[in-house]
Design a protein around this ligand. Structure first.
Ligand code: 3HC
Ligand code: NAI
Length: 690
C-alpha cells in the first residue's frame, strides 16, 4: 500500500504532506491516509500540525473519476470533520490551488495561510454539483453570506489576495515554498499558545444583503436550465437558518440529489472530454516538432483572429496579404484585438509592448516560419496558388496548414512536393476567442505533423479535435445537416423564430437562424451555390430572397431579424414571415403546427444521425470527439454533454424510431446511419465506443 500522506516532524510541529500526483485529488487512498495522519498527530507529542501539498498545488478537490461509483469510507465530510475536531491546532499551507474538496479540507483546518498567486474556490457547480464536504456551511461563517454565495454559485476561484480580504484565509504571504510558510505561521501560533479553532463553532452567518428570492431569480437568469447553482444557494441558506449539524445534513442531501442528475454526468463528461480529445493512440510517444515562429496568409476575418491567437500565446507572427493596403488593414485589425485583450485583462500592457507582429506582402518573409496557416478566400484555385507559393518559400520540415472550412485538404496537399507536411487547422470565428480547433488529418499527413498541431493548439489555449477529410469536416458537416432539418421544418410550418426560441430553450447559446445572421447569410448562400442541395435537402428559397434583397444578417442590420438601436440583439421581422409563407404557398405546402419539443427532437435527431455517420466513416475517431466539437465550437449546452451523450440519454432505439417516423415525410433526407442502427440493434450506446 503506498502512502499518499507523509508524516514528519520539525521540532514541535508535525508536517502532513499530501502526495498524490498530478493534482492531489482526494481519492479514497488520500482520504484514508489523511485520517491516519491526523490520528498519528493526536497520539504524538507534536503541538501543532501543518498540512501541505507536495505537487504543484495544495489539493485539487474530490477525485472526479470516482463520481458515479459506490462511495468508499471515509467520506470527505468525515475527513474534514476529523481534522476540525483535532484537539490541537492544524494549519493549512496553501500554494498553487485549493479547489472544491481541497478548499473544504483547508476549511476543516483551524488556520489558513496562502502563498501569493494561489487560487482558491469551489468549482463544483461547473461539474453539476455543490461543495459537499461542508464548504457551503463553513465558508459563510468566515466570509459572510454574500461572498460565500458568490464563491459557490459562480464556481470562479479567487486569488490569495482576495481570499485574504474575504476572510477565507488568515494570511497571505510571498514566497514559493508552502512548507516554509506553514512552519513559520505554525511557529508563531505555537508561541502565542493559539488553540484549535474549529469553524463549525463559529456563529451562524446572517441572511444575505440581497434577499434569497433576488438571489434565486438572478441565478435562474444567469444559468438557465442548470440546477446546481440554485441548490448551492439553498445549501448556503441552510447555513444561515439551521444549526451547523443540520446545515451539513441539508448540504449532503442536496449534494446527493445533484450527484444523481444527468447534468452532473454531462458536465463531468465535458470536463474529461477537454483532456481526452488529445489522447490519440497515433500520437503516443510522438515528439512534436518545435514551433518558434508562425506565419499566416490572408488577413481577413480569420487570418487576423488567428494572428491574434498566435501573438497572445507569446509566439511571433508574420502575416502576408495581397496588397500593402490589405496588410495595413490586417495589422490594424490585430492591434484592435490586442487592445481588446488588454481591456479585458487577458493581456498585460507589458507583454503587449513585446508583441512581435510583421505584416507584409512578401511571401519570402515566411521562409523561417515553422508553421504557416493559410486563411485566404474559400476557393480551391486561390488556395492552390498560395500552397504552390508556400512550397517554394518555406523551409524543410515546416508545416503548411490550411484553415479551409469545406475544401478537400488532400487536393490542397497535392499541389506541394511535401504532402506529409500539410494539414488542416480549422479555427472558428472569432479565432482568438473560440476554444475549438479542428485538426484535419489528410491521407498523407505525417503523425509527427499531427502531434505538432496538437502541441501548437495547447500553446494557443485551444481544444483540438482530430477530424478526417470530408466536406465540412466534423463540425460544419453536422451543421449543414441539422440546418437542413431546420429548413425542412420552416417549409412545413415552423417559423424560424419559433425554432430559435425552442433551441435556445434547450440550452443552445443561439438558435440556427440567429447564428446564420451572425455569420452572414451570404456564407450559407455561397456554400449552397457551390455544392447544391444534398439528398433530400429542402432548398431554402427564402434565403435566396433575403440575399437578393441585400439582407445579409447582422452586418447589414437585417437578416432573419432586424438589428438596430432599438433592438441590438435583433427583433422579429414580419417581412420574413411573409416571404416564408409565400414560398410555402408557391410549393403548395399547408403549414402545420410545431411544438418546442418536436422542433428540438427533429433538430437533434438530424445532428445525432449525421454524427453517427461521421463516426461510422472514421472522420471522427470516437463519439467523444463529436461531443467536443459541438460543445466547444457550436454552442451546444455544456450541461447536456454534447449530442452523443444526449442520444445515449434518450436511448438509441428511440432515436432510430424518430428517424423512421420523420422518414415518412422525406425518406431521402432521413436515412438511418448504419452505425446508429447497429448500436440500437445491439442495445449498445455511443459511449461504448469511447
Ligand atoms: N479528480 C480527478 N482527476 C483530476 C482532477 C480531479 N479533481 N483534477 C484534475 N484531474 C486530472 C486531469 O483529468 C488530468 O488527467 P490526465 O493527465 O490523465 O489527462 C490531470 O489530473 C491533470 O489535470 P490538468 O491537465 O487539468 O492540470 P492543470 O495543471 O492544467 O490544472 C487543476 C490543474 C486546476 C487542478 C485542474 O485540473 C482542475 O481544475 N481540476 C478540477 C478541479 C475541480 O473541479 N475540483 C472540484 C472537484 S468536485 C469536489 O471537490 C466535490 C467536493 O465538494 C465534495
Ligand atoms: P476573408 O474574406 O475575410 O479574408 C480573406 C483574406 O485573404 C482577404 O483579406 C484577402 O485579401 C486575403 N487573400 C486572398 N488571396 C490572398 C493571397 N493570395 N495572398 C494573401 N492574401 C490573400 O475570409 P475569411 O472569412 O477570413 O475566411 C478565410 C478562410 O477561412 C476561408 O477558407 C474560410 O472558409 C475559412 N473560415 C472562415 C470562417 C469564418 O467564420 N469566416 C470560419 C472558419 C474558417
Amino acid at each position: 500500500m503506498t502512502e499518499t500522506v507523509h508524516y514528519d516532524r520539525e521540532g514541535q510541529i508535525a508536517v502532513l504532506t499530501v502526495d498524490n500526483p498530478p493534482v492531489n485529488a482526494l481519492g479514497h487512498a488520500v482520504r484514508r491516509d489523511l485520517v491516519a495522519a491526523i490520528d498519528r498527530f493526536e497520539a504524538d507529542d507534536a503541538e501543532i500540525a501543518v498540512l501541505v501539498g507536495s505537487v504543484k498545488l495544495f489539493l485539487g478537490g474530490a477525485d472526479v473519476s470516482e463520481f458515479g461509483k459506490p462511495p468508499r469510507d471515509p467520506w470527505l465530510p468525515e475527513v474534514v470533520s476529523r481534522i476540525e475536531r483535532a484537539s490541537k491546532p492544524v494549519v493549512a499551507a496553501i500554494h498553487g490551488a485549493a479547489l472544491g474538496g481541497g478548499m473544504e479540507v483547508a476549511l476543516g483546518c483551524h488556520y489558513r495561510v496562502a502563498l501569493e498567486g494561489a487560487k482558491l474556490g469551489f468549482p463544483e457547480v461547473k461539474l453539476g454539483i455543490l461543495p459537499g464536504a461542508g464548504g457551503t456551511q463553513r465558508t459563510p461563517r468566515l466570509t459572510g453570506t454574500d461572498a460565500a454565495l458568490e464563491l459557490v454559485t459562480t464556481g470562479a476561484p479567487v486569488d490569495a489576495t482576495r481570499a485574504k480580504v474575504a476572510g477565507l484565509v488568515d494570511r497571505m504571504v510571498e514566497g514559493d515554498d508552502p512548507r516554509i510558510a506553514g512552519l513559520a505561521y505554525a511557529g508563531e501560533l505555537l508561541e502565542q499558545g493559539a488553540p484549535a479553532r474549529p469553524v463549525c463553532d463559529m456563529p451562524a452567518p446572517e441572511a444575505p444583503a440581497r434577499d434569497w428570492e433576488t438571489w434565486d431569480d438572478e441565478l435562474k437568469r444567469a444559468y438557465p436550465g442548470e440546477v446546481a447553482q440554485q441548490k448551492a444557494a439553498r445549501a448556503v441558506r441552510a447555513a444561515c437558518e439551521m444549526s451547523f449539524a443540520d446545515g451539513l445534513a441539508e448540504e449532503r442531501r442536496l449534494f446527493r440529489e445533484l450527484m444523481e442528475t444527468r447534468q452532473r454526468e454531462a458536465l463531468v463528461h465535458a470536463f474529461f472530454l477537454e483532456r481526452q480529445v488529445s489522447k490519440l493512440p497515433e500520437l503516443k510517444g510522438m515528439e512534436p516538432r518545435s514551433v518558434d515562429a508562425v506565419g499566416i496568409v490572408g488577413g481577413g476575418t480569420m487570418g487576423t483572429g488567428i494572428a491574434t491567437a498566435v501573438l497572445l500565446s507569446g509566439l511571433p507572427a508574420t502575416l502576408v496579404e495581397q496588397s500593402v493596403e490589405a496588410a495595413e488593414a490586417a495589422r490594424l485589425a490585430v492591434e484592435k484585438n490586442l487592445d481588446g485583450a488588454v481591456r479585458r485583462g487577458k493581456l498585460s500592457e507589458e507583454v503587449r509592448a513585446r508583441i512581435d507582429l510583421t505584416t507584409t506582402t512578401d511571401y519570402e518573409a515566411l521562409s523561417e516560419a515553422d508553421v504557416v496557416i493559410e486563411a485566404v478566400f474559400e476557393s480551391m484555385d486561390v488556395k492552390r496558388q498560395v500552397f504552390d507559393m508556400l512550397d517554394r518559400v518555406m523551409k524543410d520540415g515546416a508545416i503548411l496548414a490550411t484553415n479551409t472550412s469545406y475544401l478537400d485538404v488532400n487536393k490542397i496537399a497535392a499541389v506541394t512536393r511535401r504532402p506529409a507536411d500539410v494539414i488542416g487547422l480549422h479555427f472558428f470565428s472569432p479565432a482568438h476567442v473560440m476554444k475549438l480547433l479542428e485538426v484535419v488529418v489528410a491521407d498523407e499527413t505525417d503523425p509527427e505533423v499531427v502531434a505538432t498541431a496538437f502541441a501548437l493548439a495547447k500553446k494557443l489555449n485551444k481544444i483540438a479535435v482530430r477530424s478526417g477529410v470530408c466536406d465540412g469536416f466534423i463540425g460544419n458537416r453536422l451543421l449543414s445537416h441539422y440546418r437542413a432539418a431546420a429548413t425542412e421544418m420552416v417549409l412545413q410550418g415552423a417559423s424560424p423564430y419559433r425554432i430559435d426560441a425552442a433551441l435556445e430553450g434547450f440550452g443552445f447559446a443561439m438558435g440556427p437562424f440567429r447564428v446564420a445572421d451572425l455569420a452572414g447569410l451570404d456564407i450559407g448562400h455561397a456554400t449552397r451555390a457551390r455544392k447544391g442541395p444534398r439528398r433530400g435537402e429542402v432548398n431554402p428559397d427564402w434565403d435566396d430572397r433575403l440575399n437578393e434583397m441585400g439582407r445579409l444578417g447582422r452586418k447589414t442590420g437585417r437578416g432573419y431579424y432586424i438589428y438596430d438601436e432599438e433592438s441590438p440583439k435583433g427583433r422579429l421581422d414580419p417581412e420574413v414571415t411573409e416571404i416564408v409563407e409565400g414560398v410555402r404557398s408557391d410549393r403548395g405546402v399547408r403549414a402545420r403546427e410545431f411544438g418546442d419539443s418536436e422542433i428540438v427532437e427533429r433538430y437533434l435527431t438530424a445532428m445525432v444521425n449525421e454524427a453517427a455517420r461521421v463516426v461510422g466513416e472514421g472522420i471522427a475517431k470516437r463519439p467523444l470527439d463529436v461531443d467536443a466539437v459541438l460543445l466547444f465550437g457550436y454552442g451546444f449546452p455544456r450541461w447536456r454533454g454534447g449530442p452523443m451523450m444526449y442520444a445515449d440519454h434518450v436511448g438509441l432505439a428511440t432515436i432510430r424510431e424518430r428517424v423512421e417516423r420523420y422518414a415518412r415525410d422525406n425518406p431521402d433526407f432521413w436515412q438511418i446511419a448504419p452505425l446508429l442502427a447497429d448500436l440500437a440493434d445491439n442495445e449498445k450506446q455511443f459511449k461504448d465506443l469511447n
